[in-house]
Each structure stands twice: as structure tokens, then as C-alpha cells.
Write a protein that binds this ligand. Structure first.
Ligand code: ADP
Length: 250
């Protein structure tokens, strides 16, 4: 418990720091991108400097993506709580997730017939999904199977709504599992991982009053389980039939 508390405090501190820096940093990156763009436009297309300008733009864009993640991570915006059907959110993000995963992976979703309703911020829930899927994808460079499962766990009173993301990838050692939620902890090497994926997920899950566990075996695969409190159907939610097909693609 003490370890969790320390972890939470560190997340909080890093979050505040990151939020402040990320705002300013994003503006600076905007200037860099715009200047590189103007310079590229002013020079002839076959000028040798064009390649350099393009890599400046790419690097700045990557930096901007990183600071966006930092901003979200630092929770600079208050969560907008709404009653969400976890199945529907999985369905809504499915296209995006398929694109993230690519063609060479087997992608399976197993959705519960009970309505897995949760009360949380939609963006946060999407973040949880996307980050877990990105990690699972990254763990399977040579292909494999990615399974998203939703369930209502009967004997779980506090947090019965379960979202699992399982992969048949490289797996994690106990040492990596222990540090996985630490902000900036990554095994992916400079320029590849930010080390913010799982800490973002951790932040979003605890904010929603949930829990998260990692089950992993090196060489076999990883299952990340997110447990969330179940929400009561809101009045207009009750009107909707339980098996509404996802009608919104992205
Ligand atoms: P990043 O993915 O940018 O490295 P994360 O916080 O998302 O940062 O993950 C931290 C580390 O946890 C990763 O570098 C990786 O070693 C490990 N990890 C996370 N998810 C998985 C997974 N599905 N399979 C194997 N290792 C994982």
C-alpha cells in the first residue's frame, strides 16, 4: 500500500510539472514547425536542405504528439463524467484500433451480453483502450493474437466491469511489471517509447475508481485487466436496446 501511495504522489507531482511545461513546449514546437514549413516553401524543391527541413518537421511533430500525451496525462482538464457502455466504446473505437494494429495481427473482440456500464470520461476510457492496444501491438512484431474482452465479474462487488487486453507477444519480466506504471519507464529505447502509456492508463483507471493488474509471462504474452465500478443506467440509457450495433466509425 505504501508503495502505491508513493507511486500516486509521484504521478501527481510529475503530472503537475508536465502540464505546465507541456503548454509552453507545445507553443515552441508550433513555431519550429511553422518556420521549417516556411523555409521549405521558400527554397527550391530540390534544394539539399529540404531533407533536413523535413526531418525538423517530423521531429517537431513527434514532440507535439508527446506533449499532447503529457497534457492529457497531467489531467489539466477536469473529467466529463457520463454513463458509457463499455461495449459501445470498444465498438466505436474498433476501426481506429484495427488501423493501429495493422493487417498482420489477429484481432478478436469478445463482448459480454450484460451491459457493462461505467461512469467516466469518454476520452479517458478511449485512452485506456488505445494505449493498451498500442502496447499489445508493440509486443508482437512478428504477429500474434490481440484479444479485447469485456465482462461483468459476478463475485466482484466494488469493480465488476472488466476490460481485458491480451496479447501473445514478448511478455514482461517481473522487474518490468513492477516498474511498468512508472511515468517515463520504458524498455523501448530512446525515440521509440515515451514510458507514458501505462502511467496514463493507470491515472485514468484510478481516477474512475478502478483497479488495474498485469499478468504476463516472457515469451508467452500479456493480459492487462482493468476493473471499473459499474454504473446504473441513466434515464435515456434505459430506452436504448442492449444490443445497439456500433454506428459510428472513425
Ligand atoms: P512505452 O510503451 O512508451 O514504453 P508504457 O508505459 O506504455 O511505455 O509501457 C512501459 C513498458 O512496459 C514498455 O516499455 C514495455 O517494456 C512494457 N509493456 C507494456 N505493455 C506491454 C505488453 N503488452 N507486452 C510487453 N511489454 C509491455
Amino acid at each position: 500500500l505504501e508503495r502505491q501511495l508513493r507511486q500516486a504522489e509521484r504521478l501527481e507531482a510529475v503530472g503537475q510539472l508536465a502540464g505546465g511545461v507541456a503548454h509552453d513546449f507545445n507553443n515552441l514546437l508550433g513555431v519550429i514547425m511553422a518556420s521549417a514549413d516556411v523555409a521549405a516553401y521558400d527554397l527550391p524543391e530540390d534544394h539539399p536542405i529540404q531533407a533536413e527541413l523535413a526531418s525538423i518537421e517530423r521531429a517537431a511533430e513527434r514532440g507535439a504528439a508527446l506533449t499532447r500525451q503529457l497534457l492529457v496525462f497531467s489531467r489539466s482538464e477536469p473529467p466529463q463524467l457520463e454513463t458509457l457502455d463499455l461495449n459501445a466504446v470498444v465498438g466505436d473505437t474498433e476501426q481506429l484500433l484495427r488501423r493501429t494494429i495493422g493487417e498482420d495481427l489477429d484481432f478478436v473482440t469478445r463482448l459480454t451480453d450484460d451491459r457493462p456500464l461505467v461512469c467516466m470520461d469518454r476520452t479517458r476510457l478511449e485512452q485506456i483502450l488505445v494505449n493498451l492496444v498500442v502496447n499489445a501491438r508493440g509486443a508482437m512484431p512478428d504477429g500474434g493474437q490481440l484479444t479485447i474482452t469485456t465482462a461483468i465479474v459476478v463475485d466482484e462487488t466494488q469493480c465488476p466491469v472488466r476490460l481485458s487486453v491480451a496479447d501473445t507477444g514478448c511478455g514482461m519480466t517481473p522487474e518490468v511489471i513492477q516498474r511498468a506504471f512508472e511515468p517515463f519507464f520504458t524498455t523501448k529505447g530512446p525515440g521509440k517509447g515515451t514510458g507514458l502509456g501505462l502511467s496514463t492508463v493507470y491515472g485514468a483507471v484510478t481516477e474512475a475508481g478502478g483497479e488495474i493488474t498485469i499478468d504476463s509471462t516472457p515469451g508467452v504474452g500479456t493480459t492487462v485487466r482493468v476493473l471499473l465500478p459499474r454504473a446504473e443506467p441513466s434515464r435515456d440509457e434505459q430506452e436504448t436496446p442492449p444490443h445497439r450495433p456500433p454506428d459510428r466509425g472513425r
